[in-house]
Design a binder for this molecule. Structure first.
Ligand SMILES: Cc1cc2nc3c(=O)[nH]c(=O)nc-3n(C[C@H](O)[C@H](O)[C@H](O)COP(=O)(O)O)c2cc1C
Length: 364
């Protein structure tokens, strides 16, 4: 039954998220800093950080750091993937596959690898930190945690957001009682939020995904993927989103943690070519095409270890290449709009995006 349009909870970004402009700076593990998020929140948008790569206490410190820098709403992001199963045979074959690349930089692969990420799916300490620190907003990526954890966060008064890449995932998000769905189109930079990374991926564009969701989902929708300027934001709001979430657009801000090689790559012609890869982290993610993606991921490569486990090896190879001065083995996550990224301080970028959005809206 098509109840979405009539049944949707009518709201706007201000009422829902407490923000003045309907723009969310995406959580970006390793790239979005508390400083970046605070600048965005203070300027009237929603700043976000991810604590997925931190242990519970480091995550708590990040939340406190961000809270000290703003009295506006902010968003704390966690991963919710099912824990990867270690498989010694797959891992040793993968390390052997990576060995020549390590050797090129005078390095050796690690002897063993393990999952380097925390997931709210099973990490009790991370749940406790969220319940104790009570950030105003928490966003979930890469699936959903057990229902009891969702209920506990809701009971703590936290507004919950969760990524979905398809209508089926969005319906699961809604059924779990999550307040807002983040519709992540295939254009998006970084990890694809698909719940089952081995399942079929419809790879819908953000606009096609929005068109499906607005017909069949009642909870408010945030749009993400390839959105780089105010006209893009006006577009997705006209398609029914309450706010737009932009990641790649904020990577070149001086407040991000992106290193010089990443900034250079994003500002170059290379930014015109992005693709999905699984070989860096173990899950599909979109980034600027480089040797890591093309050569390690060449046809016939052995099975990739689980998410987080593969990334342990990937990060070591990235570090070895970086030390040797090569930018070719890196996780330069970026969306399809990467070539349009602008290098501006975060507050200024937010002001420009807001002005562009208002200008575009008046001509729609
Ligand atoms: C560098 C980078 C890191 C990201 N890390 C995360 C993350 O930790 N958690 C998350 O929910 N999404 C993450 N994303 C995805 C964003 O939430 C969002 O879907 C994406 O940035 C939207 O597409 P865009 O980059 O084209 O704007 C990341 C994206 C980028 C570019």
């Amino acid at each position: 039954m098509d109840t979405g349009l009539e049944g949707r909870i009518m709201t706007d970004a201000h009422t829902l998220l407490g923000i003045r402009t309907p723009i969310i700076q995406a959580p970006m593990a390793g790239t979005a800093t508390p400083q970046l998020a605070a600048e965005v929140s203070n300027a009237g948008g929603l700043g976000s950080i991810s604590i997925a790569a931190a242990d519970a206490e480091a995550g708590r410190a990040m939340i406190r750091q961000l809270r000290a820098l703003t009295d506006r709403p902010f968003n704390i992001n966690v991963f919710c993937n099912r824990p990867s199963r270690p498989d010694a045979a797959v891992e040793s074959t993968w390390l052997a596959h990576l060995r020549p690349f390590f050797n090129e930089f005078g390095a050796q692969p690690p002897a063993t690898i393990h999952d380097i990420y925390k997931s709210l799916f099973d990490d009790e300490a991370q749940l406790q930190v969220l319940l104790e620190e009570r950030p105003p907003i928490v966003s979930l990526h890469l699936g959903l945690p057990p229902q009891a954890r969702i209920d506990a966060l809701k009971q703590a008064g936290i507004l919950l957001l969760a990524s979905a890449t398809s209508l089926a995932e969005a319906l699961q998000v809604q059924a779990a009682g999550i307040d807002v769905v983040v519709a992540q189109g295939a254009e998006a930079g970084g990890h694809r939020g698909i719940f089952d990374e081995h399942g079929a991926d419809e790879q819908l564009s953000v606009r096609d995904l929005l068109r499906q969701l607005r017909e069949h989902v009642q909870v408010p929708i945030i749009a993400a993927g390839g959105l780089m300027d105010g006209a893009d934001i006006a577009d997705v709001l006209a398609l029914g989103a309450v706010a737009a979430q932009l990641g790649t657009a904020f990577v070149l801000c001086p407040e991000s943690a992106a290193n010089p090689a990443y900034r250079q790559m994003l500002a170059s012609e290379r930014a015109r070519r992005t693709d999905f890869t699984r070989v860096i982290s173990g899950r599909p993610a979109r980034g600027i095409v480089n040797r890591f993606m093309v050569e390690v991921g060449a046809a016939g490569h052995p099975p990739v270890p689980g998410f987080g486990i593969a990334y342990h090896a990937g990060k070591e190879l990235i570090a070895a290449a970086g030390k040797a001065g090569s930018p070719e083995f890196a996780a330069h996550w970026a969306g399809t709009g990467a070539a349009r990224a602008r290098s501006l301080p975060a507050a200024e970028l937010l002001a420009v995006l807001t002005d562009e959005y208002h200008a575009a809206r008046s001509t729609l």
